[in-house]
Write a protein that binds this ligand. Sequence first.
Ligand code: ASN
Length: 559
Amino acid sequence: MVAVDDYIPELGEGHPDQPVPESRVLIIMTGGTICMRPSPAGLVPARDFQDQCLARVPTFNDGSITTMMEVVTSGEGEIKPHPSLRTPMTAYGRRVRYTVFEFDELLDSSSIDAKGWAEIAQTIQRNYTLFDGFVVLHGTDSLAYTCSALSFMLQNLGKPVILTGAQAPMLELQNDATDNLLGSLVVAGHFMIPEVCLYFNNKLLRGNRSTKVAASDFDAFDSPNCPPLAVTTSMRTNVNWEIVNRPKSIEHFSIQTNLDTTHVACLRIFPGIKPEMVDAVLKLDGLRGLVLETFGAGNAPHGQDNAMTKVFADAISRGIVIVNVTQCLTGSVNPVYAPGMSLSKAGVVAGLDMTTEGALTKLSYLLALPGSTPRLVASRMSVSLRGELTESSQPVFRHPDGALPERVQALTVLGYAIAQGDLARVEEIIRSEHHWLLNDADYSGNTPVHLAATSPSINILEFLLLEGGSVHIRNRNGRTPLFLAANAGLSEHVMLLRKSGAHLHSDERTAAQLLARRRPGVWGLAGIGPREVSERELEEAGDGYRAGSQWTMMAGSAP
Ligand code: ASN
């Protein structure tokens, strides 16, 4: 086996014998400077971005015949064909086909709120199975907030969602819009990074770690407490796979749209701040959560006779969750000094190294979850849900060189263990620090999940999925693990994959439909054919994937 360096294995450089499949990306336009044009009132968002800004640019349009892409445009499932464009061949031997879906109202991002975030999340959910990745075009002013909010709202995300914008409009002669959009398209169309990310100035940042650091520089964003997930150079985009977050549960992609942004606030401590001021904020009608921006490692004045500490303690006893984040750009809240210690004794939660944007949107998300209580919210604020904070900073020792041979060797051994159904060996290899192996691939582009999709042991498949293996990667033939499992007639494997959010890629459907004529049962479970088993039925079956035969019967015939 040969380890494919650091890009989506199935999207690798073209195999001499096979055409490389195109990837499909949906660009969601919400507004922002990237699409703006001058008006008497100043710069305002303008419509028709695809035609006006992309169609005439050779890097965004290879001049091939325009085909239509279906986009689900409403909650009622209304589908509208949109003309698509295709990029020229990328450095990875692949073309990205995309279309731009514009929101009815295009906004300057200073006006976007939780309603806009919900609209983005819903658009992604409605089109989730139709595209390989998503690019969201957005103004830069509140971009870090939207990234953070979406990272929590999109649950069990299995595909890349890349947000970007620009400091200068696309139609401006000297702009950053072209590079930011092209870079985002390449990432969304090539790399299976199942996170909400922000791409700007050649860097891919984890969305919920990012913050806007410059009002007009092209280098406008940073994620000071988290290294970039990827960096684009003149040669290629280098992904830091070791830090990429992956969903680790057997669940479908879902969204949580109603964030409680109306009952949270943010307050920056300053020298001389009075306990009465803080008390006034904490007594705002209906307030449920407060993000407190403190000095240094999490310190705030305790006030005359501890008056300030008492104000915090009283609010917490009334059920308000108070989260402590630092005003510093880097570092973590850590109760080492007496003032910080007294805050934590009063019940203020340490937000560790979260950004204010991350803490505020996470608080709004947790407060809106069904069955949330202040105690539950407080305890989850210090735990990483989507990589938004560093839980512990224990040093990790590793050998500095020899990464590649070790990697190739480990992937080969893993492949054998999967084929032999040796769960114990698979667990041993993955757990001994080889998480990056999960989405690596052999010479035919098969990832460990592809191999496990036809392994004699379903427990291996389950284990790899729970460790964060992606169900969406396609091998060099363009096949997903779900296709391989169905083609092998393995109903249990098919159901487990589907419960994990797997679906057939649109390019696989025609072949699947043909194959389904001979084996309608198992293909029905995979979502193809006369008796297509829906996600809801699978959900209702609970752990029914263990009872493969029952489902096979329901789907019409034996595999
Ligand atoms: N005001 C603009 C916005 O956030 C700024 C930008 O996009 N550069 O929509």
